[in-house]
Write a protein that binds this ligand. Structure first.
Ligand SMILES: Nc1ncnc2c1ncn2[C@@H]1O[C@H](COP(=O)(O)OP(=O)(O)OP(=O)(O)O)[C@@H](O)[C@H]1O
Ligand SMILES: [Mg+2]
Length: 499
């Protein structure tokens, strides 16, 4: 029920109006002067007020001003007597809604109230509509923000590097994976670097040319192109690139590239090749070695006999001595090959890896070749034990330590470090020796690859091939890092046995 406040100093008018309005279904409040009208208004907040302008004390105009200050939306209808026209106009300026002249006819009153009610209803609807609109806009914004953030997250958390450029090559997107892959930070790159500096010379142009051609997955796309990116430190990182041109209103605006790191894949391929090569070579070599071994023993035995026989003939004796020496060398090589291809079962037990290393060192450190070399042992004693065949592992460590000693030529530091990384125990053998060129690293595990002078019977090029086989049989791995002239680090990785 709509509340109406009637303000009039004449009791009879208040009474008349009340009767009419109550019949019309309004809830009627009345006041005889300004102050009590304001008091009731404040308390009851009626949305329609019928206000007599001419009252003793506080005038209608003053009451109107106060009411509008309290509730600007309220409908105040002014009721005037004859000759109050100026006052009525003044009231209309102060935002009264309407005015009626006394004596007020029922019809006019009803019509004026109806109008006011319609205005109120309209305003209410407008208000609701604006509120709804605000809610809608707010919701739409949230959705927009969400989808924007979702897309940003998608780019940022992609496991592959994502780089986007404007036409001309300026980099505008550089996600975390790209940061990790190339070691640049976003702020170093975005807005500061051109894509050209991440590619080898000429490569950027070629990529763009191929992107625009039809031949590599359709115009505007490029599918899984294997290429290299330049790391911050200048090294080349093998990657596969998928790219697309970005259009804005049908015009080329830039492009986006997804780079997948191929290093791990390459390393696996390399290892696979290595182990395949080793096992086929190993089988072949073992077969041949076995065949050679018997006749060789015969040659050696008879040459030794002849040597004794001709001990008084110095020339023949010397020639025979050469035959015996060279044949002995062949036999050593053959034994090495047999050793390499040996398939005897392992005798594994759990041991602290440091113990195996120390047992190996005990044999070597007293040898003359070790003099002049500083040994630095950095063992982490808290790491778990490993499940290995200790004598085979000793052989591996021996090979690697002797190689390091050879590489340092009697002067340098050998650092041996043991530590844990995830579920693996690692042993680093770091030397300050001659190091080796990148291209050589691929070959050192090949059987018979050696750079050593083999006249002394060592340096057959089997040490690392044998070691590699042994470590692989222990479900482990050997990694090499080397810089020519600066030194080499061999890292043996062995799994922590499951409890
Ligand atoms: N720590 C190292 N520093 C530099 N070069 C190394 C190192 N370890 C190995 N190499 C290179 O790898 C080659 C192969 O090593 P590998 O142990 O297989 O054979 P080798 O030492 O030459 O002979 P063998 O071990 O059979 O006596 C070596 O000849 C050497 O050129
Ligand atoms: Mg060796």
């Amino acid at each position: 029920m709509t509340k109406i406040l009637i303000v009039d100093d004449e009791e009879s008018i208040r009474h008349m109006m009340r009767m009419t309005l109550e019949l019309d279904g309004y809830q009627v409040l009345t006041a005889g002067d300004g102050p009590s009208a304001l008091e009731i208004f404040r308390r009851e907040m009626p949305m329609i007020v019928l206000l007599d302008v001419r009252m003793p004390g506080m005038s209608g105009l003053q009451v109107l001003e106060r009411i509008k200050a309290m509730e600007p939306e309220s409908e105040v209808i002014i009721v005037t007597g004859h000759g109050d026209m100026d006052m009525a106009i003044e009231c209309m300026r102060k935002e009264a809604s309407n005015f009626l002249t006394k004596p007020v006819s029922d019809d006019l009153l009803t019509a004026a109230l109806k109008q006011s009610q319609e205005k109120l209803a309209l305003r209410r609807r407008l208000k609701e509509y604006t509120q709804n609109l605000e809610i809608l806009v707010r919701e739409a914004n949230v959705e927009l923000e969400k989808s924007y953030r979702f897309r940003e997250n998608l780019i940022e958390n992609s496991p592959d590097a994502i780089v986007s450029i404007r036409k001309g090559g300026e980099i505008v997107i550089f996600n975390s994976a790209a940061e990790r892959l190339l070691d640049y930070t976003k702020s170093e790159v975005i807005g500061n670097m051109n894509i050209v500096s991440l590619y080898k010379p000429g490569e950027a142009k070629k990529v763009m040319k191929d992107l625009r051609s039809n031949d590599f997955g359709g115009r505007g796309t490029l599918n899984k192109r294997e290429m290299v990116l330049l790391h911050k430190n200048g090294t080349e990182i093998p990657v596969s690139l998928s790219a697309a041109i970005l259009y804005e209103e049908r015009k080329e605006a830039g492009s986006v590239g997804i780079f997948h790191d191929l290093r791990e894949k390459r390393e696996l391929e390399r290892q696979l090749l290595r182990s395949e090569k080793l096992s086929s070579l190993g089988k072949l070599a073992a077969g041949i070695a076995h065949e050679i071994n018997q006749p060789l023993t015969g040659v050696l035995t008879f040459a030794s006999l002849l040597k004794k026989k001709f001990k008084d003939d110095p020339r023949t004796h010397k020639d025979l001595e050469i035959i015996v020496r060279e044949t002995t060398r062949i036999r050593k090589i053959v034994q090495g090959v047999l050793e390499f291809a040996r398939e005897t079962p392992m005798k594994r037990r759990t041991v602290p890896i440091a113990e195996v290393i120390d047992q190996t060192l005990e044999i070597i450190v007293s040898q003359q070749r070790f003099f002049g070399i500083t040994l630095d042992k950095l063992y982490d004693r808290s790491i778990p034990e490993v499940l290995v065949d200790p004598s085979l592992m000793e052989q591996v460590f021996m090979n690697i330590i002797l190689n390091a000693v050879d590489a340092m030529r009697g002067n340098g530091t050998l650092t041996i470090r043991t530590y844990r990384e995830n579920n693996c125990i690692l042993v680093d053998f770091q030397d300050t020796g001659c190091g080796m060129p990148e291209a050589m690293i691929d070959k050192i595990f090949d059987p018979f690859f050696t750079t050593k002078d083999s006249t002394e019977g060592t340096g057959m090029g089997l040490g690392l091939a044998v070691s590699y086989g042994i470590v692989k049989n222990h479900e482990g791995d050997i990694e090499v890092k080397s810089k020519e002239g600066q030194g080499t680090t061999f890292t043996i990785r062995l799994p922590v046995p499951e409890q």
